[in-house]
Design a protein around this ligand. Structure first.
Ligand code: SF4
Length: 261
């Protein structure tokens, strides 16, 4: 383990920490355990802790997670849903992706409607929610100010998701990227994880789809774009519940998950 390394414990604030640590992980559980120790992005570390120190009134009694949020779902998932980053008072509070905010309420209700989640609600890490064949994750694991990570922060965090996708590769058949920014962030990571990307990269759209060819231990991969279930999109009707259910049904079918049939 790193702690017994003669060179001393790893510096979790080093920008190279994600790449070094992700490369040492034996499995997804170890990756999840290591990512939560990461402090490689000083601006995001400061923000996640500042938010925790000034909780919303409704969450006054919470002890915020205030750390990187690992992916959630089984290690042999056939479908990955990739957002952008945890929300300051959502995942950064509860410690689980999409848990505790309006976007997550919408997403998990839709996953449940498609038969991919054990319950329609997600409120905290001990709420009993299970995902079936689906892993929910993000290319940036810490909550950013204004939900906007910088390009440098996205690059620094990329090795964590690339390694996660590498561990999922033997079972992974479909990725749903949420929002244009999620799409732009996910595609390079899929390239890092070993799938050949087309050039030029296809544009994002709700329902946009591309197929990446099988290579090595990686299966052929379907990538689907979906509008992000942000409040801005759901309140305005740009993304309705039926639209998301339809898209997830299509994704489940392409991933070979029975619920999509
Ligand atoms: S965003 Fe990613 S790389 Fe940056 S501190 Fe959080 S986990 Fe580490």
């Amino acid at each position: 383990m790193d702690e017994t390394d003669p060179a001393g414990p790893p510096d979790s604030a080093d920008p190279a920490f994600p790449a070094r640590q992700a490369a040492r992980c034996a499995d997804l559980a170890e990756l999840d355990a290591r990512v939560v120790r990461c402090r490689a992005c000083p601006r995001l570390v400061a923000w996640r802790e500042q938010v925790a120190a000034q909780p919303r009134a409704a969450f006054r009694d919470w002890e915020y997670w205030a750390r990187p949020v690992p992916g959630f779902g089984p290690p042999d998932a056939a479908l990955a849903v990739v957002g952008l980053a945890p929300a300051a008072h959502g995942g950064n509070r509860t410690g689980r992706m999409f848990t505790g905010d309006a976007s997550g309420d919408f997403l998990f209700a839709a996953l449940h409607a498609v038969g991919l989640a054990s319950q329609p609600t997600a409120t905290h890490r001990g709420d009993g929610l299970e995902l079936y064949g689906v892993r929910v994750t993000a290319p940036v694991h810490c909550a950013p100010p204004d939900n906007k990570p910088t390009p440098a922060e996205r690059r620094t965090c990329r090795p964590w998701l690339a390694a996660e996708l590498e561990f999922l590769a033997p079972s992974l058949r479909t990725v749903v990227a949420l929002g244009a920014v999620g799409w732009q962030a996910a595609l390079p990571v899929l390239g890092d994880a070993g799938w050949p990307l087309p050039r030029p990269r296809p544009a994002f759209g709700h329902g946009a789809e591309l197929t990446l060819p099988a290579t090595g231990r990686r299966r052929q991969l379907h990538v689907l774009g979906s509008y992000h279930p942000s409040q801005r999109n759901t309140f305005t009707g740009r993304l309705t519940f039926d639209m998301l259910v339809d898209l997830l049904t299509r994704a489940a079918r392409s991933a070979g998950l029975g619920s999509g049939d």
